[in-house]
Design a protein around this ligand. Structure first.
Ligand SMILES: Cc1cc2nc3c(=O)[nH]c(=O)nc-3n(C[C@H](O)[C@H](O)[C@H](O)COP(=O)(O)OP(=O)(O)OC[C@H]3O[C@@H](n4cnc5c(N)ncnc54)[C@H](O)[C@@H]3O)c2cc1C
Length: 445
């Protein structure tokens, strides 16, 4: 059976004005198409920054509020949506509604994560944080073989995330530090220049060159916030080194040989000359220009929030070999980002905490982005892997960020999300389903 689905595209125009910055109340009001980089650039001159800055420069305020967004400060502040204090929506009948925690609060909380299915966001006011615009982040790179135990005991910092490599994990903690307080011997590292290393490659390199379990360096704040932008975490490697998957099973010295060739792998020449096409913005343009079937069948992109108490079990599942059975390979690298749950009624957000659970109320986001050489169009391997992941995450009480392919059956969907509540909200705010239904919008067939 072929299923079809109507799509409606709305051109928001530029809609990228910063409307107001209030240094006294520490808030910013802006239009929905303002990107994370534009927001940070507008706020830093006032010594302000959003407490959570999802790490790709071009992600927009509207897209993140309607979808989801987190960062290494999320263990303290939650999602980007938790910074919201007022939002303005256009309903499908043309009515303009202003909402906040005290005014139309059901729409305020529940439009977060609803992917635009209640209304079109046209304006948002967000809380921001006071920082020194020229400050640095002192990054400690801590190598461990016990990521979960360590990750959850390091939460006194400003930033915490981790990268799981095949043979060890590096936990990264960060503290904002005044420029004037930088130690004289401080090692300064940047990530924004074309010739700079990609962040995950850098982390790997500093640890492979040293026997120390902890290495410290200092990164300018904006470089830190967008450290994963160049190379899009590690997705850029499939462009810079298309052979990467195929040589994974060869010994390390053979893999390293590839890096000696100017365009044969990741090196200063290739990443400098190919810089314009390996920004996240450029990689996404290529992604969106690809046929949906190619994306669905060759790329595995998922972010999945697992309750902290179950995170170790989930990591074991990912690394067990039962997940990627076809070539016996394991998923590597994996991004881990701890995130505080929300107790507000953001029923569609991945960090929504159902009241019936009373264990530790936080999650670990698992960022899983890969492409395996044996995944061919028509093989359904990615679909099988995604379904296996969805089932395991459901079993452990986890939720996905809903930006990627999902294959939940209606029964599974009903067990994760409160569908009766969703229908009641639709009756109130979009009775004709002009903005579509969330399940129909997101589920792949
Ligand atoms: C490979 C990959 C890696 C990712 N990694 C991370 C990560 O590490 N951290 C992180 O925080 N996020 C990550 N994301 C997720 C990303 O933050 C979300 O997908 C986010 O929602 C995308 O924002 P966008 O601006 O691109 O919006 P879009 O993708 O354009 O839109 C997202 C949703 O919001 C709706 N929408 C957009 N604008 C409006 C509006 N004005 N009013 C109402 N609805 C609207 C759209 O219809 C759509 O349903 C990743 C995504 C991918 C594909």
């Amino acid at each position: 059976m072929t299923k079809t689905r109507a799509s409606h595209f709305i051109n928001l125009g530029p809609a990228n004005r910063i409307i107001a910055i209030d240094t006294l109340s520490k808030t910013v009001t802006c239009e929905p198409s303002v990107t994370m980089e534009e927001l940070v650039d507008a706020l830093l001159p006032y010594n302000l920054v959003p407490a959570v800055v999802p790490e790709f420069k071009w992600l927009t305020v509207g897209g993140i509020l309607a979808g989801a967004g987190l960062e290494s400060s999320s263990f303290r502040y939650g999602q980007f949506g938790d910074l919201l204090i007022e939002a303005t929506y256009i309903l499908s009948n043309g009515q303009i509604i202003i909402c906040s925690p005290t005014k139309n609060s059901d729409l305020f909380y529940r439009a977060l994560g609803a992917c635009g299915t209640f209304g079109l966001l046209i304006r948002a006011t967000l809380n921001v944080l006071e920082v020194k615009s020229d400050c640095f982040v002192r990054c400690n790179y801590f190598r461990t073989n016990q990521p979960m135990e360590n990750l959850t005991s390091l939460l006194q910092h400003d930033y915490v995330d981790a990268i799981v490599f095949s043979d060890y994990t590096v936990i990264i903690t960060g503290e904002r530090i005044d420029k004037l307080k930088l130690p004289k011997t401080a090692k300064i590292q940047t990530f924004s220049k074309a010739w700079n290393p990609w962040y995950y490659q850098h982390i790997k390199a500093v640890h492979s060159k040293s026997n120390l379990t902890m290495i410290t360096e200092y990164v300018p704040l904006k470089d830190y916030l967008f450290r994963y932008d160049r190379g899009a975490f590690w997705m850029g490697r499939y462009i810079i080194n298309p052979l990467q998957d195929k040589v994974q099973c060869y010994p390390r010295y053979i893999r390293n040989l590839l890096n000696l060739f100017p365009f044969g792998g990741y090196n200063i020449l290739s990443r400098t000359l190919l810089a314009p096409i390996i920004t996240t913005f450029s990689l996404y343009k290529r992604l969106h220009a690809s046929p949906m079937s190619t994306i669905a069948e060759t790329l595995f992109f998922q972010d999945i929030y697992i309750p902290k108490s179950k995170a170790k079990e989930f990591l074991t599942f990912l690394q067990s070999g039962t997940f990627f059975m076809e070539d016996g390979g394991i998923l590597e690298p994996i991004w881990l980002c701890p995130i505080r749950s929300t107790l507000t009624s953001q029923k569609l957000s991945p960090h929504f905490w159902k009241n019936d659970r009373n264990d530790d109320q936080s999650f670990i986001d698992f960022g899983l982005w890969t492409h395996q050489s044996n995944w061919q169009i028509g093989s359904c391997s990615v679909r099988h892997a995604t379904k296996a992941l969805e089932e395991e995450a459901m079993r452990l009480g986890g939720r996905k960020m809903l930006y990627a392919h999902s294959y939940y059956s209606r029964d599974q969907w009903f067990s994760i999300y409160d569908v009766e509540w969703y229908k009641a909200m639709k009756r109130k705010w979009d009775p004709d389903y002009a903005w579509g239904d969330l399940y129909d919008k997101l589920i792949s067939y």
